[in-house]
Design a protein. Structure first.
Ligand code: ADE
Ligand code: ZN
Ligand code: ZN
Length: 258
């Protein structure tokens, strides 16, 4: 009994610190699925070989799955990049543990290196699929003060949570579509619109998320009870971010495997 009480107290104390800081699986899988549809034949073939036939949607959550395995602890800070609102990515000292921006470039460089082993290429490809998803979650380009909104308390339909979780999972959960439905119902873009989305650099895309993050902070108050109106304001933005993530991931992969 004493153990049970201690265990309960421990879990209660520790769980907020370990708050899941992930686009839920649905968001990551939607990015993987939309990327898959936009792969060149050549890239598709190369990726199929590397991943032994697994889909990009399936492997998109691997980077979160390995978080429960201590051997992969070094990759935990790779899921996000933080810098203060009154500073810039360039001006602010980079985290020594690594960040999302460095992580994406590391993944690309392993994939482009002819001397990388198949296992390494497969590992960093799975991480890349995930990290391009994270890059499009605005709170993953956030501020360290509140750990990307993990310590920004709000309510979601009357229940306590935090702003980060709202953007990782709550909006998508409430929207209620599976990753396949999100992909099937993606916006029908013209070639020019697609090209515009796929243009630019990883840094441009990071700053785009940062702009959205700023807007979110301007429009959300600590303790606020977010519900229908928040969905009305932001559900389409989340869908659009997932589509952009998928298109940009495909662009990177089509270039890498050209
Ligand atoms: N932990 C600290 N900052 C974070 C962020 N921006 N996103 C996810 N987890 C974090
Ligand atoms: Zn997250
Ligand atoms: Zn992540």
């Amino acid at each position: 009994m004493r153990f049970l009480i201690l265990f309960t107290i421990f879990t209660f104390l520790v769980s907020p610190l370990r708050a899941v800081d992930i686009w839920g699986p649905t968001g990551h899988r939607a990015v993987g699925e939309i990327a898959e549809i936009n792969l060149s034949k050549k890239a598709k073939r190369a990726i199929e070989k590397l991943l032994d036939g697994q889909s990009l949607a399936l492997v998109s959550t691997y980077a979160d799955e390995i978080r429960s395995d201590g051997r992969y602890d070094q990759y935990a800070p790779w899921h996000y990049v933080n810098f203060p609102f009154d500073s810039t990515f360039e001006a602010h000292p980079r985290s020594e543990q690594g960040d999302l921006y460095g992580a994406i470039h590391k993944c690309i460089s392993v994939l482009e290196d002819d001397s990388s082993s198949k296992d390494d290429k497969a590992f960093f490809l799975k991480l890349l699929v995930h990290f391009i998803g994270d890059l499009h979650q605005p709170l993953h380009v956030g501020i360290a003060d509140d750990r990307g909104g993990n310590r920004f308390q709000v309510q979601w339909y009357d229940e306590g949570t935090n702003l980060h979780t709202v953007w990782d999972t709550k909006i998508l959960e409430t929207y209620g579509m599976s990753y396949l439905e999100l992909s099937l119902n993606r916006k029908d873009l013209t070639a020019a619109e697609k090209e515009a989305i796929q243009s630019g650099t990883v840094k441009d895309w990071m700053y785009e998320s940062r702009g959205l993050c700023l807007q979110i902070y301007e429009n959300t108050e600590v303790g606020e009870n977010l519900k229908y109106r928040y969905m009305y304001d932001y559900a389409d933005l989340v869908r659009s971010q997932l589509q952009k993530g998928g298109l940009r991931l495909a662009k990177i992969l089509n270039e890498v495997f050209d």
